[in-house]
Each structure stands twice: as structure tokens, then as C-alpha cells.
Design a protein around this ligand. Structure first.
Ligand code: MN9
Length: 288
């Protein structure tokens, strides 16, 4: 389960329905061209919080069908409706997903006991390993070292997708829990996380920039930091331009220039203007 996982995108049509052939093309591109070690399915980048339970299941099915056992698969099942989270966890486990992952429950400012109960409820219902998805900037949920430690006491909690700029906490987690899997979640901070010996990374920009991401990770692992920094610099020039133009929309537009039918984003995410499309194409030509 170590290595680089693409935070998989999904192709949607103008009506917001899943474009199955487009989704399959995104998957193939990530495996065959980007050479990713695995896919993280139905995370933020997959627009998970904008789609129905049925669509989530459909995506889990299509991905497993396309991938088989070619690369590792992680199913993000977290949801505010705990019954839905359990249902999705069972569904993905039955399909053969290598692990599940669940975002910390958000919106209602749950206390830690409630967060722990949420994870235990999901874990008691399935025979699968779980990776915590921590992304405080979007969820408002900040867990400290002791709280991560408490969740890690359950052997089925095998790791964390750490999407935060808190390198003090990341280093402490790495130090105290060497047996757990720690994934870097912010692509623009990947080198800093890699230096702290994370086991892998999960990222949206790997859909198009997977080669550089892999170089950064491997160079950092072999201690070639100067070279890794150069590649992180170019990567961050790219990410800055992508963020400026609209994160997921721009990645999809770049995928289209590679012949991948990445489709549109779901509402309320807006479509790129014609100027935005031109900018996206230029970004792709310049960096990819
Ligand atoms: O899953 C992604 N997080 C979100 C990881 O999209 C919320 C990251 O890959 C970011 O998209 C990326 C750009 O900030 O680092």
C-alpha cells in the first residue's frame, strides 16, 4: 500500500451524470501513462460530496471493473450519514477494494468521542483496513497527536491521509507510529512530507503531473534533495497556475488535451469560461 495514489477524478456530462467511458479513460491514463501505484476513489477530487449514493457505488464498480488487481485501490466512504458510510464501506469491501478511507465527520463540530464512534461504527461493520482522511482546512476538524494515537490503537486503522501544512504534527505521527501508513495529501508540499519519510502520497494533480510527483518522492527517498527541490519548484509553478484557474476544472481540461474524455465538474462547481479553457490548454502545453 506504499507509493503514489492518484486522487481519481470522475468524468461527468452536462447533466451531471457519470460518463462511464470517460471515467475509464481517466483510470487508464493514470495507470498506463502516469504509472501510479494506486487510485484513491471518491475523495474530494472525485467530487464525492456532490454526488448521490448510487453514483458513488457506480464509480466504485466501474473503477474495480477497469482496474482488477492491476494497482491498489482505496475507497473513500466517509459521509455525514453514518448509515451511508457503513453501506459504502461494505459495498467497496465486497468489490475487493484493498482498503477503505473515511473523511473525519464535518459540519456539526463533533467532539473527539463522536469522531471515534464514527470510525468504530464503520470498522465494526466491515472486514477491511481503514485510512483516516484528515483535511482540517475543508472539514474544520483538527485532531492532535494523542487523538490520532487513540484512533491508531485499533489495528484496522492502518494509516492516515494527512492533508495539512502542519509538519510538526506530521513528524510526530511518523515518529510515534512507524508501523502506520502516512500519506502526504498536499501535492505542493510533497517534498517536505517526503523528507519526513511518509509512505506515499495521494493527490489530485497526479492525474496529469504524476511523473514529476514520482520523481520528487523517489529522489527524496534516496536523499537527493537538491534535485527533488528543483522538480517540486516546477511542480509548484504548475500547481499555482492550476489553482488560479480553477483546480479540478483545469486538471480535467488538461486531461482532454491528452485525449482523455474527462468531462465536466458537477454543479455547483462552475464550468471554465472559454478564456479559462485557453489558459488550461496553455498550462498543459507549458508544463505537461
Ligand atoms: O487529495 C487533494 N486535495 C483536495 C488531495 O483536492 C482537497 C490535493 O491533491 C490538492 O488538490 C492539491 C492542490 O492543492 O494539493
Amino acid at each position: 500500500m506504499k507509493g503514489l495514489f492518484t486522487a481519481l477524478m470522475c468524468s461527468f456530462d452536462e447533466k451531471g451524470q457519470i460518463n462511464e467511458s470517460g471515467l475509464r479513460e481517466i483510470i487508464r491514463y493514470n495507470i498506463d501513462v502516469m504509472q501510479m501505484d494506486g487510485l484513491y476513489v471518491n475523495g474530494s477530487t472525485g467530487e464525492n460530496f456532490l454526488i448521490s449514493t448510487e453514483q458513488k457505488k457506480q464509480i466504485f464498480e466501474i473503477v474495480k471493473d477497469e482496474v482488477g488487481d492491476q494497482v491498489k485501490l482505496i475507497a473513500q466512504v466517509g459521509a455525514l450519514n453514518i448509515d451511508e458510510a457503513v453501506d459504502l464501506a461494505k459495498f467497496a469491501t465486497d468489490l475487493g477494494y484493498d482498503a477503505i478511507s473515511a473523511v473525519t465527520p464535518f459540519y456539526y463540530k463533533f467532539d473527539f468521542e463522536e469522531i471515534k464512534d464514527y470510525y468504530n461504527t464503520i470498522l465494526e461493520s466491515v472486514d477491511n483496513d481503514l485510512i483516516i482522511y484528515s483535511i482540517p482546512a475543508l472539514t474544520g476538524v483538527n485532531m492532535n497527536l494523542e487523538q490520532f494515537g487513540e484512533l491508531f490503537e485499533n489495528d484496522k486503522v492502518i494509516g492516515v491521509k494527512f492533508t495539512a501544512p502542519d509538519f510538526f504534527l506530521l513528524e510526530r505521527i511518523r515518529h510515534y507510529f512507524p508501523e502506520k501508513l502516512v500519506y502526504s495529501g498536499f501535492d505542493e508540499m510533497m517534498l517536505s512530507a517526503s523528507v519526513l519519510n511518509v509512505d506515499g502520497a495521494i493527490g489530485s494533480t497526479f492525474n496529469v503531473n504524476g511523473h514529476r510527483a514520482k520523481q520528487i518522492f523517489e529522489l527524496a527517498q534516496s536523499g537527493r534533495i537538491d534535485e527533488a527541490r528543483e522538480i517540486q519548484k516546477v511542480t509548484n509553478d504548475l500547481i499555482a497556475e492550476i489553482l488560479e484557474n480553477g483546480l479540478y476544472q483545469t486538471i480535467k481540461e488538461i486531461l482532454k488535451t491528452k485525449g482523455v474524455d474527462a468531462g465536466l465538474c458537477r454543479k455547483p462547481m462552475k464550468a471554465l469560461s472559454s478564456e479559462g479553457i485557453t489558459i488550461a490548454k496553455h498550462i498543459g502545453e507549458k508544463y505537461l
